[in-house]
Design a protein around this ligand. Structure first.
Ligand SMILES: [Zn+2]
Length: 349
């Protein structure tokens, strides 16, 4: 009986998971998302927040990784910010794993291994590969047939009620995923964040043979910068600078007000913050690949994707500084070529 009870508990209770983040000297304060919205405390939805204060006045930026926990370049880029970057002017706030519940479980839609080995400055580290959504055990209720966004908009797939990037701006008395979105909005208000960048990955733009034997082009989203309408000029300048620096031509898109719940739209609409979202190409999200290598793909390596994400962030920050006549300056900040040449692990503790 006891054995059965223990087994049942193990199956029904969500994993309590804390990702491995090893702050560098640039971090001046460590907080929790629950400091901004207490109901998250002592739940698997709470997540660490790192603040890198330069000590000199300037802009406040927020980097969001791990909204979708299988999009590993995003949270790896955010982790590098925490472990390597030092600010020279202004303030950087980083949430490496925005959906902690989603990184606590395996990707439910692929057979990508749960952990990947990376050689960091202090030896081998395990990089987790998580899921796109909140663990249903943390959500605590069965998925609805349809998700009804607080605006009234309906998403046909009820599982999307657990997708952090469909539920913004969230609800203080909503589901755990809606409360999580609300907590991030509360942080943005409390810290007077000037601009935010949410780091994502999408399937690659490669051509492939589909099930009907036809040649099909892959994802449209990879290499995209999506801007809240109030950030389009900054985004355009950032994309131009990015192409000069890296040779990567990012596509630029403005948030579509017909699709509610996305961070780039809702953060900017709900707060004074100007919100952006980036998409790098993750071969692990290509359903047609038999055994994708999410670290060492010959075209879309983790190095390439993390370098792209960090470079896009820096170019947004520089363009934002020009347009808003205020400064945000990063000190120790690896360039695109630094990461390509030395690898991601060279910037992890
Ligand atoms: Zn995503």
């Amino acid at each position: 009986m006891t054995c059965l009870f223990v087994l049942y508990s193990a199956l029904s209770e969500a994993a309590f998971f804390r990702p491995d983040i090893r702050p560098g000297y640039g971090v001046t304060k460590q907080a929790w998302l629950s400091d901004y919205f207490a109901p998250l405390r002592e739940t698997n939805m709470d997540t660490p927040v790192f603040i890198l204060e330069s000590g000199k006045p300037g802009l406040t930026a927020l980097a969001i990784g791990g909204t979708h926990a299988r999009e590993i370049a995003g949270f790896t880029a955010a982790t590098i910010m925490v472990e390597t970057v030092r600010m020279a002017r202004g303030r950087l706030i980083v949430i490496p794993h925005a959906n902690n519940s989603a990184i606590s479980i395996q990707d439910q839609e692929s057979r990508i291994p749960r952990f990947h080995m990376i050689e960091s400055r202090s030896g081998t580290r395990l990089l987790p590969y998580g899921d796109r959504r909140t663990d249903i055990r943390d959500q605590g209720i069965p998925d609805p047939v349809e998700y009804v966004h607080p605006s009234g908009q309906v998403i046909k797939d009820g599982r999307e009620s657990r997708n952090l990037n469909r539920v913004y701006p969230g609800k203080p008395d909503g589901t755990p995923t809606e409360r999580l979105a609300h907590a991030i909005i509360q942080l943005i208000r409390a810290e007077s964040v000037d601009f935010s960048v949410d780091f994502h990955e999408a399937n690659t733009p490669e051509y492939f043979i589909n099930k009907k034997g036809e040649i099909e082009k892959g994802g449209r989203l990879a290499y995209m910068l999506v801007c809240n309408p109030k950030g389009v000029e900054v985004g355009a300048m950032a994309v131009l600078q990015m192409s000069e620096e890296t040779g990567i031509s990012m596509k630029l898109e403005q948030s579509d007000r017909a699709f509610r719940g996305l961070s780039h739209l809702e953060i900017g609409d709900a707060t004074h913050c100007v919100s952006f979202l980036t998409e790098s190409p993750n071969p692990g999200q290509d359903a047609w690949r038999e055994s994708p290598d999410v670290l060492r793909d010959s075209t879309y390596s983790l190095e390439h994707r993390v370098a792209m994400t960090l470079s896009m962030f820096r170019n947004i920050a520089e363009a934002f500084s020009v347009f808003h006549d205020n400064e945000f300056e990063m000190g120790d900040w690896p360039s695109f070529s630094d990461i390509i040449e030395k690898g991601v692990g060279a910037y992890l503790n």
